[in-house]
Ligand binder design. Structure first.
Ligand SMILES: NC(=O)c1ccc[n+]([C@@H]2O[C@H](COP(=O)([O-])OP(=O)(O)OC[C@H]3O[C@@H](n4cnc5c(N)ncnc54)[C@H](O)[C@@H]3O)[C@@H](O)[C@H]2O)c1
Length: 455
């Protein structure tokens, strides 16, 4: 991936998928990173959402600024030919990533792609083939690495604070608001998001791969849809539910309802855009047709011998994560409470027992435990613990010399989804899966073009 060459002006980016997530990248290009990146085209199925970005563009560049041209998905090749961008920012839904990544790489155009890289083994192999044959770069946006608490853990491990890591126990809980959100729209379909093992846990598997600096070798998974979905609601006697929150007369008192009209961004990006493509953002989480899991347990064996036990729950009363690292010289524990309590009116006592915040504890063998301070992010806690802003610097300005190795390589993108994809295969077959059998490039050298074989 080329950083901007001094004096050459900002690099020109086409933005594919002008939904919610695109705003982090577009806002950066219009403000904090305008010197190094500028949006030069939109590509989406939905004109209303592209107009939302036109407004942001004009608010930053002036009411008369010529707007970036719009392209439909089928015209992406035309976009590449006509606009000739330096790079493409891919923030479309997960199942569409691969076609843009492949087309851009084959045209020598750099790619910044949101997680997950893609959702199936076949599409991952197609990306691998294009990446190996392309002069262009592919950057994965693993923003969780950049949050100061996760970087602190990496530093402790790199410093040898607990010797060699022998095993990791990792629990991630999503609450009944954020967790529920994966059951309202395209994420709820396995063939659209890859399920939470791919869509969500890609962040978590990347963290472990990076913390350990190791390559996943074996995966075994168990899980199921046990809380959301029509059958579970029926079994718990929830009674008839609306198809979507908007049709729910009692939505004010329903903790699972999402009021699209009450939030300016949700209203403009989704409610007012429905007429264009029928994308319903507030489907009932207890509706029919959900094909992803809400409870997941995974075991991962690593090449150098460490193992991971991982669990994800999407209907917890609080949100956050706990990770424990066992090492040859001691143990590190991190607990992060992102939301302590979910209720329409949490009241004063909501955080009496469980408080929002981060705690990292290091205990070396034969020593008392010590709490390890987490440095404040220079950009505040907003945006994944302040990580989003640091990530944007690396993405748009080019990665500096980072002793923590936070900028994710193309191989890191494959390593992370490989665990989720192997987990999905294990869920389907009930058998452990050897990650190498997926045939994905898990190391940088796997992505180098192969020399033609001699007959
Ligand atoms: N790193 C993070 O923390 C993070 C957070 C949120 C989302 N994401 C990722 O960002 C991506 C977008 O998520 P979102 O929440 O903005 O979704 P979204 O549904 O809000 O937006 C997706 C946009 O893509 C458009 N689209 C649909 N089909 C398309 C196609 N075939 N071609 C081009 N555009 C198409 C939609 O119309 C919509 O405007 C996802 O891959 C998601 O995993 C990452």
């Amino acid at each position: 991936m080329n950083a901007t060459i001094p004096g050459s002006g900002p690099r020109r980016y086409a933005v594919v998928g002008t939904g919610s997530r695109a705003q982090m990248f577009v806002d950066a290009m219009l403000t904090t990173h305008a010197d190094v990146g500028t949006p030069v085209a939109w590509c989406d199925v939905n004109g209303v959402r592209m107009s939302y970005y036109d407004e942001l563009y004009r608010a930053a560049r002036g009411a008369d600024a010529p707007l970036p041209p719009r392209y439909a998905p089928d015209d992406f090749d035309k976009l590449l030919a006509e606009v000739n961008p330096d790079g493409v920012v891919v923030t479309s839904p997960d199942w569409t990533h691969h076609r843009y990544v492949v087309a851009a790489l084959e045209n020598g155009c750099d790619v910044i792609v949101e997680k997950p890289l893609t959702t199936s083994v076949e599409s991952a192999r197609a990306i691998a083939a294009s990446a190996a044959g392309s002069s262009a770069g592919l950057v994965m946006t693993f923003n969780y690495r950049y949050s100061p608490r996760n970087s602190t853990v990496k530093q402790l491990i790199l410093d040898g604070a607990i010797g060699d890591v022998t095993s990791v126990h990792f629990e991630w809980v999503l609450d009944t608001s954020h967790g529920a959100d994966y059951f309202r729209r395209w994420h709820r379909l396995k063939d659209r998001s890859g399920g939470l093992l791919v869509h969500k846990a890609t962040h978590h598997f990347d963290l472990v791969n990076w913390w350990l600096g190791d390559v996943p070798a074996t995966v075994f998974a168990l899980g199921g849809l046990r809380f959301y979905g029509a059958e579970n609601a029926k079994a718990r006697g929830l009674g008839p539910r609306p198809v979507r929150s908007r049709d729910d007369a009692g939505r004010g008192s329903d903790p699972f309802a999402l009021d699209l009209a009450a939030d300016d961004k949700l209203r403009r990006l989704y409610l007012e855009a429905e007429g264009d493509d029928g994308y319903i953002r507030d489907q009932d989480v207890f509706g029919e047709g959900i094909t992803i899991e809400d409870n997941l347990n995974v075991l991962v064996g690593y090449e150098r011998g460490a193992s991971l036990s991982y669990t994800l729950n999407a209907h917890s009363p609080w949100e956050g994560y706990r990770v424990a690292f066992n090492g040859t010289a001691g143990r590190i524990e991190i607990e992060v409470v992102e939301s302590a309590h979910k209720a329409p009116d949490p009241g004063e006592d909501a955080e009496r027992v469980r408080r929002k915040g981060t705690r990292i504890v290091l205990q070396k063998h034969w020593e008392p435990a010590v709490e390890v301070p987490v440095p404040e992010s220079p950009h505040g806690a907003h945006g994944h613990g302040g990580g989003d802003r640091l990530l944007l610097d690396d993405v748009f300005r080019g990665p500096g010399d980072d002793p923590l190795g936070r900028p994710a390589s193309t191989a890191d993108g494959f390593r992370s989804i490989a665990v989720g994809l192997a987990g999905n295969e294990s869920l389907a077959t009930g058998q452990p899966v050897r990650v190498a059998n997926l045939g994905l490039p898990l190391r940088a050298e796997d992505l180098r073009p192969r020399a033609a074989s001699t007959p």
